[in-house]
Design a binder for this molecule. Structure first.
Ligand code: CA
Length: 404
């Protein structure tokens, strides 16, 4: 670990090996791009003398591509390091001994702002939003619940990463209140507020570098900038009534929450693990010499109480395969595209209430003595995640407000 002069950074989940990006504002000022270090956000535009970071979203920076992402990260690690950084900065002066480090601190420290003095915003102007269904455990459980008389998995499931196009315009930043949706619902036909409001704990992958229409995506690392936490709020009674034969629509589109922080892919190299064994072997365009997943452990809290700790490492389809599949037909990528993993469920640890309570049949009991099958008005759900080496993905939280 490279140590930082920023107070508290080394002991936090946001040290120099992490450095996630977000968009923040101070009272009365427009939003701009920053990087989290410990419990501070670093205002990048004045530190790096680059107006791309004065934008109200990360998109202009993401569009610059991988070489720029790497150069900026290396430069920030140098500026924030307490002493010498082993991986040399791609541009700008490197710190040559203690005088360099002290000089960096003097120049940078005025632009460190405590997190409790800022408001965080949606970090990316979301272009297109896709949600996959990549957990074997989750897909099997939902198959058993929604289609109890059939095989849990459809015949296509082990041949391709199943997904659908969602609603980019309703992706909201963590902390945004979630109003209980109304709609046509089960038992159908009926209309009213959803009585089976649920969560889905997921990872979201943020695309930086685009492709041209007709082209397939190249290497994953050339296109995908980073990873965020995502909660795909789901109204199960609306979903169950509407989803046949075309899939999720209004049961999902009312809101999708994301963490304000995007952890660069580079920061998660140490979290890479071998991909799960796939049987049958995937088709050529999905096959990789060394498929990889990510060793991330999530925590799902309901009103402050942990109800599940699913692991991402056991996901069946990898992020790389999801990107390859999403573009195999020539559909182009745009800067700001967001694609999510689907609910992360692992053996005995589930990323949705419909699995935790088995469609409401086994409600959970909370510390205050109440029980939950699905979410009540006033409930707050918070999802967080950590990677090996003390790297945090922040959290995505939301509170349910009554239907109107
Ligand atoms: Ca989902």
């Amino acid at each position: 670990m490279t140590r930082s002069w920023v107070p508290g950074a080394d002991e936090s989940l946001f040290g120099l090996d992490n450095l996630p990006y977000g968009v923040f504002s101070r009272p009365g000022e427009p939003p701009r791009v920053g990087v989290r270090v410990g419990d501070h956000v670093l205002d990048l535009a004045p530190v790096l003398h680059d107006e791309v970071f004065a934008a109200p979203s990360l998109n202009p920076f993401l569009a610059r591509g991988r070489t720029a992402w790497q150069g900026t990260r290396a430069r920030l690690r140098t500026l924030l390091a307490d002493g010498r950084v082993r991986d040399r900065a791609a541009d700008g002066p490197t710190d040559e001994g203690s005088s360099g480090s002290a000089g960096n601190r003097a120049a940078v420290e005025p632009h460190l702002i405590p997190l409790d003095q800022v408001t965080m915003h949606l970090p990316v102007e979301v272009a297109d939003y896709v949600d996959f269904y990549a957990s074997l455990e989750h897909a099997s459980n939902l198959g058993r619940i929604f289609r109890p008389d059939e095989e849990p998995l459809k015949p296509n499931w082990r041949h391709l990463p199943v997904g659908y196009h969602g609603r980019a315009g309703t992706v909201v930043v963590s902390g945004t209140p979630i109003r209980r949706p109304c709609g046509q619902r089960m038992p159908g036909p009926s209309f009213g507020p959803s009585a089976r409001l649920d969560i889905e704990a997921e990872l979201g992958f943020v695309v930086g570098a685009p492709t041209r229409l007709g082209d397939r995506a190249g290497a994953f690392e050339d296109h995908v900038f980073g990873v965020t936490l995502l909660n795909d709020w789901s109204a199960r009674d609306i979903q169950a009534w509407e989803y046949v034969p075309l899939g999720p629509f209004l049961g999902k589109s009312f809101a999708t929450s994301v963490s304000p922080w995007i952890t660069p892919l580079e920061a998660l190299h140490g979290a890479r693990v071998a991909g799960r064994e796939q049987d049958p072997a995937p088709m050529d365009y999905l096959r990789r010499d060394a498929p990889w997943g990510l060793d991330l452990t999530l925590r799902v809290e309901l009103n402050g109480e942990t109800i599940s700790t699913p692991s991402y490492r056991d996901m069946y389809w990898t992020p790389d395969q999801m990107l390859a599949h999403m573009t195999v037909n020539g559909a182009s990528l745009r800067t700001g595209d967001l694609f999510a993993s689907g609910t992360i469920s692992s053996e005995g640890a589930f990323g949705s209430l419909i699995e935790v309570t088995w469609n409401g049949a086994e409600p959970i009991k909370l510390a205050d003595g109440t029980t939950r099958a699905f979410l009540e008005d006033g409930d707050t759900v918070t999802i967080s995640a950590v990677a090996p080496g003390g790297i945090g993905l922040g959290e995505v939280t939301g509170r349910i407000t009554p239907a109107t």
